[in-house]
Design a protein around this ligand. Structure first.
Ligand code: AMP
Ligand code: MG
Length: 415
């Protein structure tokens, strides 16, 4: 059996980033991955700006100012934000507002609360200001020609705004990863269809398709494929065309009704992994040859990757989150694919550790600790809806109340 980390390492080593790039509007680039560094063409802020409403002055002009002998200066100009500033006339002050350009010649801003303006157009100061106060220097936030977002960044809403703030109207991004998915099992029906004896609803279709879409993949959903070798092979051949990854669900064990393994063997290559994790365990990884007509992408060996997930709903959910998600992000060009985890207090006891690496569905309680769902069976989805995330519990490890455990929120695993 493979350890979870070993299996993930093998997957990530095999992943090759999609080679095609496209240039798209920044407004449409949410969730997309940068194919090139974003370099700022300008300083931000583009000039020295005031961070207060007040007066821009030369500090030296107020060298003698004190409570006993305030110094009064003529107000020589008024500078609202968004307006150009004239050079500061000698021995004067400029009225200035937050975000406005500091006039050339001024070296400090005094907030209006520290000034007393009079009706004769003069303003008096009772203190000598420090040079540079309340001025945001040109380029203090971003220097011109600096890389503000490196290639491989996945564009969050704030990253979009950051790119826009330096005037980037378009971005070079990796093309979306194309995924074909299908489901095996003669027992599967779609909601809306009657359930014959022995049939169940295809809940995994809803879970996996939605997870793929959340990751920003282009999804071709090929539906339910009957438990027959010829049908499975035919669907695999179709799926290999024009897709980077073929994802299947169910039928990947070695039972008589499991046709995925022999079908992929016939059309490509497959490794069956027994992973020492619970839920999960079987995961198939391989590649499918593309037909001649597909004209595979240059450098991709004319193959589509293949991942076969187990059919049990919680197993397919967890193996997707822990293996398929990082693999897909790597295909999309993302460097750091590890989900963030939190060290949290267990408010429960688990007397016996499993010999496999458990991923327990857990929920954050009002006391800031973690509760686990009592039924951790891999066949029922209840725990995944009840929970906020997974406790990554190492093999052979019992958990006692108050202990610190490693918690990975679903929000981290679905980003
Ligand atoms: P399998 O991996 O095909 O042996 O399936 C394992 C278990 O998961 C069986 O009880 C299946 O009925 C169930 N199962 C397989 N595919 C799905 C699916 N798409 N939705 C819900 N349950 C499924
Ligand atoms: Mg099956």
């Amino acid at each position: 059996m493979l350890a979870t980390a070993e299996a993930l390492g093998l997957l990530l080593d095999a992943a090759r980033c999609v080679a095609e790039h496209e240039r798209i509007d920044t407004l449409d680039a949410a969730n997309r991955v940068l194919a090139e560094d974003v370099v700022s063409p300008l300083d931000v802020p583009p000039m020295h700006t005031s961070s207060m409403d007040g007066y821009a002055v030369r500090a030296a002009d107020l060298a003698s100012a004190s409570d006993a002998a305030p110094v009064a200066l003529t107000v020589s100009q008024r500078i609202p934000a968004g307006h150009a500033a004239e050079p500061l006339a000698d021995g004067t002050a400029a009225r200035i507002f937050t975000g406005a350009t500091v006039p050339p010649g001024a070296d400090t801003v005094i907030m209006q609360e520290m000034a007393s303006a009079s009706d004769d157009g003069r303003v008096a100061f009772a203190q000598t200001p420090a040079v540079g106060e309340w001025i945001t220097k040109q380029g203090a936030d971003i220097r011109r020609d600096s890389v503000i977002l490196p290639a491989g960044t996945r564009m969050t809403p704030q990253a979009l705004g950051f790119a826009a703030s330096v005037g980037c109207a378009t971005l070079a991004v990796v093309r979306r990863v194309r995924v074909a998915i299908f489901f095996t099992g003669d027992e599967l029906r779609m909601p809306g269809e009657p359930l014959a004896p022995g049939a169940i609803y295809n809940s995994n279709r809803f879970v996996l398709r939605s997870l793929l879409e959340k990751l920003g993949c282009d999804v071709s959903d090929l539906g339910i494929v009957p438990d027959r070798l010829d049908a499975t092979r035919e669907t695999l051949r179709r799926a290999a065309l024009g897709h980077d990854l073929i994802l299947t669900c169910g039928g990947v064990s070695v039972g008589e009704e499991d046709h995925v393994k022999p079908a992929v063997e016939a059309e490509g290559r497959i490794n069956m992994w027994q992973i020492a994790m619970k839920p999960g365990k079987p995961l198939a990884f391989g590649a499918m040859r593309r037909g001649e007509a597909a004209g595979g992408d240059p450098g991709d060996l004319g193959e589509a990757f293949f991942i076969g997930l187990p059919g049990n709903p919680v197993s397919s959910f967890c193996t997707f989150l822990l293996f398929v998600r990082p693999f897909l992000l790597r295909l999309a060009g993302v460097d750091n694919v590890a989900p963030r985890f939190y060290s949290m207090r267990a408010d429960f006891t688990q007397k016996k550790g499993d010999r496999r690496n458990e991923f327990l569905r857990a929920r954050v309680n009002e006391a800031g600790g973690l509760d686990v769902f009592p039924n951790q069976s891999s066949a029922v989805l209840t725990s995944t809806v009840w929970g906020d995330g997974l406790i990554d519990n190492p093999p052979n490890h019992a958990i006692s109340v108050g202990e610190t455990v490693r918690f990975i929120p679903f929000s981290e695993l679905m980003r």
